[in-house]
Every structure is written in structure tokens, then in C-alpha cells.
Design a binder for this molecule. Structure first.
Ligand code: DQA
Length: 146
């Protein structure tokens, strides 16, 4: 099983960016962090870009190469990007939306997500552990045939 962890803008420096909100695990350590918890053999790749177009290009390669699913934290594009939502909608790879912070406990502009409607589910507020929850939920969903 091949699962990609896709991160949008301003997530390159998690661990250093406002650690009171986003925690202190770095993106470089994210894969090892997730692998500590995941028992199902699977290939996990972590990708990050600050650019909306690059994120869409990358999502298209996941579709081209028949990846099994996506855990996506699109950062602020969550709240703005119809283009990302359109891409996730047409490539039809199952995805879980993750946010480190509890977006509903923050500014109201963070309460709207263009990505949630077509996600399997949404996880927010558990910090870096949310990615683990996302991968576990995704694996279960894929194993059960969606
Ligand atoms: C975030 C929440 C977004 O509102 C914010 O723009 C981010 C990170 C999170 O992981 O909590 O960059 O997606």
C-alpha cells in the first residue's frame, strides 16, 4: 500500500514554526514518527510545497502512479483553494484531511474547508499525532474497500 502525506504552505518548518500551536516535531522526522505507530506494511512518502500549482502537479503524479491514498494538510489552502479541491475531487484517491491545530477553536476564517466535503474524514487538534490517526484511518478504509 502506498500512502502519501501531502503538506501545503508554511508546513516545511513545523517544529520551529509557532511550536505552541504546531508542536515540535519537524517535517524531516514526520515519516519516522508515523512509522513508529503503523503496523501494516506500507510505503509512506512525505511531500511539502508552498505552491498551489506544485501541490496539484504532485497530486496528479499520485494519480498517474496509482497511489492508494493521501493524508493531506493543505495549510491555509484548505480555506481558499477551489483548485486543490477540484484536483482531489477528480483524481478520486481516498484522502483524509488533517490539521495540527483545532481549526474550529481558532479564527473563523479557518472554520471553512474546501477539502472536507470529499474527504473520508477530517482530523484536527491532535498535533503531529493527527497524521498517525489519518494514516491509520486511511489504511482501514482502503482495506475495507472504501
Ligand atoms: C493548519 C491550519 C491552517 O489554518 C493554517 O493555515 C496552517 C496549518 C494546521 O495544521 O493546523 O498553515 O492546516
Amino acid at each position: 500500500m502506498k500512502i502519501s502525506i501531502v503538506n501545503g504552505p508554511n508546513l516545511k518548518y513545523i517544529g520551529q514554526r509557532e511550536p505552541d500551536i504546531y508542536g515540535n516535531v519537524s517535517l524531516d522526522n514526520l515519516k519516522n514518527y508515523i512509522n513508529q505507530y503503523i503496523k501494516t506494511p506500507c510505503q509512506i512518502e512525505v511531500y511539502q510545497s508552498n505552491s498551489e500549482g506544485a501541490l496539484i502537479d504532485y497530486l496528479e503524479t499520485l494519480w498517474e502512479n496509482e497511489w492508494d491514498g493521501i493524508v493531506i494538510n493543505a495549510g491555509a489552502y484548505t480555506h481558499t483553494s477551489i483548485a486543490l479541491a477540484d484536483c482531489l475531487s477528480w483524481i478520486k484517491l481516498p484522502y483524509v484531511e488533517v490539521h495540527l491545530s483545532n481549526i474550529y477553536a481558532r479564527e473563523t476564517f479557518r472554520h471553512k474547508s474546501f477539502l472536507s466535503a470529499k474527504a473520508i474524514g477530517v482530523i484536527c487538534g491532535f498535533g503531529i499525532y493527527g497524521y498517525v490517526l489519518g494514516v491509520q484511518a486511511l489504511i482501514k478504509n482502503i482495506e475495507q474497500g472504501g
